[in-house]
Design a protein around this ligand. Structure first.
Ligand code: PMP
Length: 305
């Protein structure tokens, strides 16, 4: 899909889409030194957009920057407001927001500390792993690529360069005919998808790798844990092996882009009944109600546009 929008927020102001450009000597292009977020907005009951967990996403952007010694030259509140403005300016009642802070052009060399630029774009984005995937579940493949060790990948940070690992895993899976990759950690335990956290259900218990594993502290992961607690579903944040995953009753992936996507097959083994299971469906249903503002107890997660 080619992305098109009316305006993009760049370094403090909204500019026409065609003017949101950078120099080819932009440091981030060469060394991957960018930090970014993916945020979704959904149309609420009145048809107007509401941004899901905006504060948590923008806070994670600043945390990512802190981890990689990057100083974002705008206060957090200004970037939050900019997200709202980008949606308004593009007349989007729902869509995906992509804030990105990166080292711009200037000096060259890995350790160059160039001026930090910030962009925020928004566009309509349907379900990342497909509508069919959301309804029926996807087929996934354990990757030949490993999620990097916690002292290689800064796991609390969403750093552009780290996504080479995700790209390789995702392309490998796609070229082999699967919808998504599942990456193991350096010890061989299941970590996460190329852009999603992972959950299994066994005997009614929901399990996901702990945050001490090399996984992103997903905001959807956090939302799902909260929803599961509220639905009184027992939770275990504990590592599991690849074969435990094959024997799960249910499996699903979570992410801002992927939302709550059931996994019906891994490495050609059917998971459970090979269709979204009852726990997955309950969580998915509540998640979609929450993001659309249909669940009063989760309204504080939404920022009106
Ligand atoms: N893991 C990785 C590697 C990701 O890129 C993402 C997407 N940001 C996630 C997990 C899910 O995170 P979130 O729910 O905050 O979108």
């Amino acid at each position: 899909m080619t992305i098109k929008a009316d305006t993009i927020w760049l370094d403090g102001k909204l500019v026409p889409f065609a003017d949101a450009k950078v120099h080819v000597l932009t440091h981030a292009l060469h060394y991957g030194m960018g930090v970014f977020e993916g945020i979704r907005a959904y149309a609420g009951p009145d048809g107007r957009a509401q941004i899901f967990r905006l504060r948590e996403h923008i806070q994670r952007l600043y945390d990512s920057a802190h981890i990689v010694l990057m100083e974002i030259p705008f206060p957090l509140e200004q970037l939050e407001q900019a997200c709202v403005e980008v949606l308004r300016s593009n007349k989007l009642d729902a869509g995906y927001l992509r804030p990105l802070a990166f080292f711009g052009a200037g000096a060259m060399g890995v350790g160059a500390v160039n001026p930090v630029q910030v962009a925020i774009a928004a566009w309509p984005w349907a379900s990342y792993l497909g509508d069919e995937g959301l309804k029926k579940g996807i087929r996934a493949k354990v990757s030949s690529y490993t999620r990097m060790h916690v002292n290689v990948q800064m796991v609390r940070a969403k750093v552009s360069g780290q996504y080479v690992n995700s790209f390789l895993a995702n392309r490998e899976a796609a070229l082999s005919g699967y919808e998504e990759a599942i990456l193991l950690d350096t010890e061989g335990y299941v970590a996460e998808g190329s852009g999603e956290n992972i959950f299994l259900v066994k005997d009614g218990v929901l399990q996901t790798p702990p945050l001490s594993s090399p996984v992103l502290a997903g905001i959807t992961r956090d939302s799902v844990l909260r929803i599961a607690r509220d639905l009184q579903i027992p939770i275990r944040e504990e590592k599991f092996t690849r074969d435990t995953m094959y024997l799960a009753d249910e499996l699903f992936m979570t992410g801002t882009a992927a939302e709550v996507t059931p996994v019906r097959e891994v490495d050609n083994r059917r998971i459970g009944k090979g269709e979204p299971g009852p726990v997955t469906k309950r969580i998915q249903d509540t998640y979609f109600k929450a993001v659309r503002g249909e669940e009063p107890r989760y309204r504080s997660w939404l920022t009106p546009v």
